[in-house]
Design a protein around this ligand. Structure first.
Ligand code: PEP
Length: 249
């Protein structure tokens, strides 16, 4: 049975003290959220060890990991380092990483593998840009991302993966996908999984929606049969909004 999940991607926001305050607020308010909903926050790397000490109900994620295991890669943080700091989830392939840092499907696939080797759950992001949707290429784009990013995994490995469909045109724009657009793509992604790993695996995979999700639209998005929660950017920076989204199921 797949999990309902609401995950917060703080991106490059909040200094350490502000991050500690936000994590404390989220953890406190999390007691009001149904136990069926997994709550995850993904602060910047530098916050992780301090934030870890404050969490119980809420799980800890990172926003990225290196595509190499260790060694001379200045400025990088490995999956093994994240695991050693008590991180449980790692966002991989976010559109900002793809577009600003040149992450290809093959780099993303290496990160996914390293995350899994270190017992982290990858939150694998995929999604099309506006021009791709406008020319009707969105299904092909997402299929290629999912196939090249994930479909080299064994069934056992794949069972640890969470997918986040994040149409790039909806990220940080205030324009969310309609519930019908989200459902249509989530159903398509689930059909791809069924084709590769079988119906049971497809039914057990959590597929999150991301892109301008907020308390006022989360309910209608999460009401769709193939939408299992959200990956939340801007609205995860306020505990009230983040928890409001988690209560929208
Ligand atoms: C994101 O960047 O993962 C995201 C969904 O951002 P926002 O909620 O701000 O659109």
């Amino acid at each position: 049975m797949r999990k309902k999940i609401v995950a917060g991607n703080w991106k490059m926001n909040k200094n350490l003290q502000e991050g500690i305050t936000l994590a404390q607020e989220v953890e406190k308010m999390a007691s009001g959220v149904s136990g069926e909903v997994e709550l995850i926050i993904a602060p910047p790397f530098i916050h992780l060890t301090e934030v870890k000490k404050l969490l119980g109900r809420v799980k800890l994620g990172a926003q990225n990991c290196a595509s190499e295991a260790s060694g001379a890669f200045t400025g990088e943080v490995s999956a093994a380092m994240l695991a050693s700091a008590g991180v449980q989830y790692v966002i991989i392939g976010h559109s900002e990483r793809r577009s600003y840092y040149g992450e290809t499907n093959s780099i993303i696939n290496k990160k996914v593998r390293l995350a899994l080797e270190n017992n982290l759950h990858p939150i694998f992001c995929c999604g099309e840009v506006l021009s791709e949707r406008e020319k009707g290429a969105h299904f092909d784009v997402v299929r290629k991302q999912v196939e090249e990013g994930l479909f080299t995994l064994s069934s056992e490995e794949f069972s640890k993966v969470i997918i986040a469909y994040e149409p790039v045109w909806a990220i940080g724009t205030g324009v969310n996908a309609t519930p019908a657009q989200a459902q249509e793509m989530h159903q398509y992604i689930r059909s791809l999984i069924a084709g590769k790993y079988g119906e049971t695996a497809a039914n057990n995979t959590s597929i999150l929606y991301g892109g301008s999700c907020k308390p006022s639209n989360a309910g209608e998005l999460f009401a769709n049969p193939d939408v299992d929660g959200g990956l939340i950017g801007g609205a995860s920076l306020k505990a009230d909004d983040f928890i409001g989204i988690a209560k929208a199921f």
